[in-house]
Ligand binder design. Structure first.
Ligand code: SF4
Length: 65
């Protein structure tokens, strides 16, 4: 099953909680702009991504399938 990761940029404030959990998937630059290194959850990484989604203080990350 393919699970898509999306970020609501009106909510994301670049606090990088997601990056602290999965730094290979979420990167916040010096200006607080979040980049996703994948648009879908890589194999075996659903637990990490779900944890990152749950830890976002602004509920800016969403998963959909
Ligand atoms: S934890 Fe949430 S607010 Fe912080 S960078 Fe990630 S998506 Fe944005």
């Amino acid at each position: 099953m393919t699970v898509q990761i999306t970020v609501d940029r009106t909510r994301c404030t670049g606090q990088a909680m997601c990056e602290s959990i999965a730094p290979d998937l979420f990167q916040v630059d010096d200006e607080g702009m979040l980049s996703l290194s994948a648009e879908t959850v890589p194999d075996g990484r659903l637990d990490d991504v779900e944890q990152a989604v749950a830890c976002c203080p602004n509920e800016a990350l969403r998963l959909s399938s």
